[in-house]
Design a protein around this ligand. Structure first.
Ligand code: F3S
Length: 63
């Protein structure tokens, strides 16, 4: 599983980082999220799916 955050869509809602703090990191500058771990470890997959569902901007893509 891989994951990506679309920087154009992300509005800094932070729900992704709450759901999967080992995968998503919020920028200290603008509060927007990036996937620090694009290759999702197997034990983080459920959390990443949850994060993608919870993002109000649908900025998270799993592939
Ligand atoms: Fe951004 Fe969505 Fe996370 S808006 S900070 S990717 S919950």
């Amino acid at each position: 599983m891989k994951v990506r955050v679309d920087p154009e869509r992300c509005q800094g809602h932070t729900l992704c980082a709450m759901a999967a703090p080992d995968v998503f990191e919020l920028s200290e500058i603008d509060g927007h999220s990036t996937a620090v771990n694009e290759d999702v470890p197997a034990d983080q997959e459920d959390r990443v799916r949850e994060a993608a569902k919870s993002c109000p901007e649908q900025a998270i893509t799993i592939f």
